[in-house]
Design a binder for this molecule. Structure first.
Ligand code: HEC
Length: 203
């Protein structure tokens, strides 16, 4: 009797343990899937933006190129947000447009972590971070991909004295509190940030 009981108990314990392991694996698999999907979207975003920037700078000129960062970037972010049911945004380490570009507390921490990783020699090119975060509003999967400063960004984000007068005039008019200047090529400019509500995803 004792033996049966203890072997039943042992089986129950093993069963619970296995389902716990499986449960954890399923959560892990789910997170890996989300991370991959988020990474794909950030890469597509930056690629589309980068190509448009190069095209407008060579064809349209600097004033047209301003529209790429000022209008096309939020437009793509909005489209990707609607299509995926996530919030897709761009945030800066220093900000030109506080309405769209200001990081929240979590994003600020991750940007600081990116800067620390970069100072230890890790390349910004492939740098990202994903995590499940519990906030007062619920649980979210959050993901950020670093945006490095490229030489072509310096026209509008470089040191003030190197920004052409024509651009400076427009920036001063439209962004009187602009803090997104003074960058060097290779600096961390900011990140693409994705926030997915957990449990309300379509698969
Ligand atoms: C021709 C000018 C111009 C160039 C070149 C340019 N930007 Fe911008 N950038 C802007 C403007 C204008 C804004 C403000 C956008 C807005 O109003 O939301 C901005 C905003 C941003 C933001 C959002 C955070 C913030 O400061 O508001 C990021 C990130 C950014 N730029 C990254 C880049 C990167 C990376 C490059 C190079 C690949 C680049 N920019 C090249 C003009 C430019």
């Amino acid at each position: 009797m004792m033996a049966t009981n203890s072997s039943t108990a042992r089986k129950a314990l093993i069963g619970a343990f296995i389902s716990l392991l499986l449960g954890i694996n399923m959560v892990q698999a789910d997170t890996i899937g989300r991370e991959q999907a988020a990474a794909n979207v950030t890469v597509a975003f930056l690629q589309e933006l980068g190509e448009a920037m190069t095209r407008e700078m060579t064809k349209g000129g600097p004033v047209e190129a301003i529209k790429v960062c000022a209008e096309l970037a939020p437009e793509i972010a909005n489209r990707l947000s609607r299509e995926n049911g996530w919030r897709v945004t761009r945030v800066g380490t220093r900000v030109r447009n506080p309405l769209l570009g200001m990081p929240d507390a979590w994003e600020q921490n991750v940007l600081e972590e990116f800067a620390a990783r970069a100072s230890k020699g890790e390349s910004l090119a492939g740098m990202s971070h994903g995590e499940v975060v519990t906030e007062p509003g619920g649980q979210y999967f959050r993901f950020m991909k670093a945006i490095p400063v490229q030489p072509k960004c310096l026209l509008c984000h470089g040191p003030a004295e190197t920004i052409p007068e024509s651009i400076k005039t427009i920036l001063n008019q439209q962004y009187p509190f602009d803090a997104a200047i003074g960058y060097q090529a290779g600096d961390l400019r900011g990140a693409v940030s994705i926030k997915q509500p957990l449990g309300k995803q379509k698969h």
